[in-house]
Design a protein. Structure first.
Length: 381
């Protein structure tokens, strides 16, 4: 078995549910793979303490087995390679269809049985993964319809956008209703907690979400993941428009310390992103347009990257390739970035627009909405 730490799990812009590692426990994943080609290599991917881990194993006596230590349930991915191109080769083909299975690992044993494809594996026994698959199947029709609407919006003309947005809002309401139903019917399931995190989103209605959180079992609420979610909810009040933006200092690309306080007197967009984040990179051209239009009108952008030390070159390359002329900072700790934790960042891209006095005006606007907001607060002289 070979284990290594990597920086990229197919460019995800959403962190896996994190777990504070206070007392690591043994976990194992045991796959009955008799029907799988003998030369197939299986990779197990997961994130722990801000680091992305890749473990690999091949079949032995009909089984593929992984073992390790974790502090609690974690999202994981099983990925099959039958072409001997290795993990780096699979990464290069990440835009192609892969034989993958999303799942959870947790202290104890996870058992699966599979045919030739890892994607068709079945979990043996009940537990976290059976609940996870139940939610996935329940939400699948809505998720597929949302994807269809998204594709239509990418090609739609302006007059059709309003109708598609209305359809999307309707689908989002259905998704939330289904998630709420699962949470209320399964208050002691770990998947109810992870489902609540998705239900909450990045800017939750704290009153509604806290009411659902309080209906979870005491066991879930007192888990490290539960306590972290409680902190996220508490942080939202302090990060709402009208609140003072938390001050921070981090090194820029040259290693020089930069403080948010040094931008006092300007409108500042604090932009959380990363070189490996596809949605962030797609947004950057629009941010460049916004920066160029308003940079002479008391406005700037301060980028905070969730890259890490081993990928510093990729961070610098992305800044150059995307033409990001504004200040960039990072402690290069990936999802453990201290500013990201200070601002309770759970997904990227995310942003906060701060006024010259350091007060949050608004947050998480789409680039078109941000453009309109800046036109309001920064009128042409």
């Amino acid at each position: 078995m070979i284990k290594k730490v990597i920086l990229l799990l197919f460019g995800a812009a959403v962190p896996f549910m994190s777990v504070s590692q206070t007392a690591d426990s043994l976990f194992s994943v045991e796959i009955n793979a008799m029907a799988m080609p003998s030369k197939a290599k299986i990779y197990l991917l997961y994130q722990q303490d801000g680091k992305k881990i890749v473990d690999s194993a091949v079949r032995h006596n009909g089984l593929v087995v992984f073992k390790g230590k974790i502090g609690g349930p974690l999202n994981a991915t099983l990925l099959r390679d039958t072409t001997a191109i290795g993990f780096s080769g699979l990464l290069k083909k990440r835009n192609e269809k892969q034989d993958v299975l999303r799942m959870y690992i947790y202290p104890g044993k996870v058992m699966l049985k599979t045919s030739r494809l890892i994607a068709n594996a079945e979990f043996i026994g009940k537990g976290i993964n059976s609940d996870y698959l139940k939610v996935e199947q329940m939400l699948k029709p809505v998720v597929e319809q949302r994807a269809e609407v998204g594709n239509l919006m990418a090609r739609a003309n302006q007059k059709d956008i309003a109708g598609l947005n209305k359809k999307l809002d309707s689908l989002n309401a259905v998704k939330k209703s289904l998630e709420r139903q699962f949470i209320l019917e399964n208050p002691d399931s770990f998947i109810a907690l992870s489902t609540l995190q998705d239900y909450a989103g990045i800017s939750p209605d704290v009153t509604v979400v806290r009411s659902l959180f309080d209906k979870l079992s005491a066991r879930l609420r007192n888990m490290s993941a539960g306590k972290e979610f409680q902190k996220f909810l508490s942080d939202q009040t302090a990060l709402n428009p009208g609140s003072r933006a938390p001050i921070f200092t981090q090194p820029d690309t040259a290693g020089k310390s930069v403080s948010l306080a040094s931008f006092k007197g300007k409108y500042v967009l604090i932009d959380f992103w990363a070189s490996w984040c596809g949605p962030c990179r797609e947004t950057n051209p629009e941010l460049v347009k916004i920066y160029n239009e308003f940079k002479g009108r008391n406005f700037t952008i301060l980028g905070v990257s969730l890259d890490d030390a081993d990928r510093k070159d990729a961070w610098l390359k992305a800044i150059k390739e995307d033409g990001l002329k504004w200040t960039q900072v990072s402690d290069l700790k990936h999802w453990e970035n201290e500013v990201a934790k200070l601002y309770s960042i759970r997904k990227i891209p995310q942003s906060f627009l701060v006024d010259p006095e350091g007060i949050i005006i608004t947050r998480d606007l789409e680039t078109a909405e941000l453009m309109e907001k800046l036109k309001q607060v920064l009128p042409v002289k």
